[in-house]
Ligand binder design. Structure first.
Ligand code: 13P
Length: 250
């Protein structure tokens, strides 16, 4: 049985004092969960968050990284830098980065390789637009994203990667994919991984759903056969609401 992994993506929200207060409130109310809990916080919160999650079951991730270790890339932060302060996870290829910051499948691929090289665990995002879904090309788009993102990644490396399926039209819109649709697309992702790596390997990969996940729909989504938890945006900004998502089966 695959574990469930629930990750909050705070996006560009929360000052350090807010992050500290949030973790103080969240830690005691998620301490008994069977699931993995991750908070992906802004760079400026990372250090405070890492200090504050010590002796809790909460893990910390960043939301992006550069693929080079260092160099003349003003404003960028490398995987090596994240690793040096104790960050464990990093979101790669979020649709907002693809949409607003020219992230491509090629840069996603470079970032995954670079993250793995410093033992950061990537949370790799894929997803289709509304137009693509409506024109019936979701599977084609998703499998292309997977193929390109994972080019040159070995089966051993695959084990360290989480995939987040986030239909772009469901992000921040209040529109959630139906549990059946989300599960179907995630099964298509697994089928593609099976072609690339073998069925056993594909069966072991954690694939989350993201897009308007909240406490009222988490249980029905996460109980589906292939949905292994969620990547949660807006609903991860309130500790009590996020705790209910993490504790969806309590
Ligand atoms: P929302 O949960 O706010 O729709 O955001 C989803 C998301 O983009 C998580 O990465």
């Amino acid at each position: 049985m695959r574990r469930k992994v629930i990750a909050g993506n705070w996006k560009m929200n929360m000052l350090p004092n807010e992050a500290i207060n949030f973790i103080d409130e969240l830690a005691p109310i998620v301490k008994d969960t069977k699931h993995e809990v991750i908070l992906c916080v802004p760079y400026t919160d990372l250090f405070y968050a890492l200090l504050n999650v010590q002796e809790t079951n909460i893990k910390i991730g960043a939301q992006n990284m550069h693929w080079e270790e260092n160099g003349a890339y003003t404003g960028e932060v490398s995987g090596k830098m994240l690793k040096s302060i104790g960050v464990e996870y990093v979101i790669i290829g979020h649709s907002e980065r693809r949409q607003y910051f020219a992230e491509t499948d090629e840069t996603v691929n470079k970032k995954i390789k670079s993250a793995l090289a410093v033992e950061l665990k990537p949370i790799v995002c894929v997803g289709e637009t509304l137009e693509q879904r409506e024109s019936g090309v979701t599977e084609q788009i998703i499998t292309e994203q997977i193929e390109k993102a994972f080019e040159g990644i070995s089966a051993t490396e695959l084990e360290k990667i989480i995939i987040a399926y986030e239909p772009i039209w469901a992000i921040g819109t209040g529109k959630t994919a139906t549990k059946e649709d989300a599960n179907t697309t995630i099964m298509q992702i697994r089928k593609k991984l099976a072609e690339m790596y073998g069925q056993n390997e594909a069966n072991g990969v954690i694939i989350q759903y993201g897009g308007s996940v909240k406490s009222s729909n988490a249980k029905e989504l996460f109980e589906m056969s292939d949905i292994d938890g969620g990547l949660v945006g807006g609903a991860s900004l309130k500790a009590e609401e996020f705790s209910k998502i993490v504790n969806f089966d309590i």
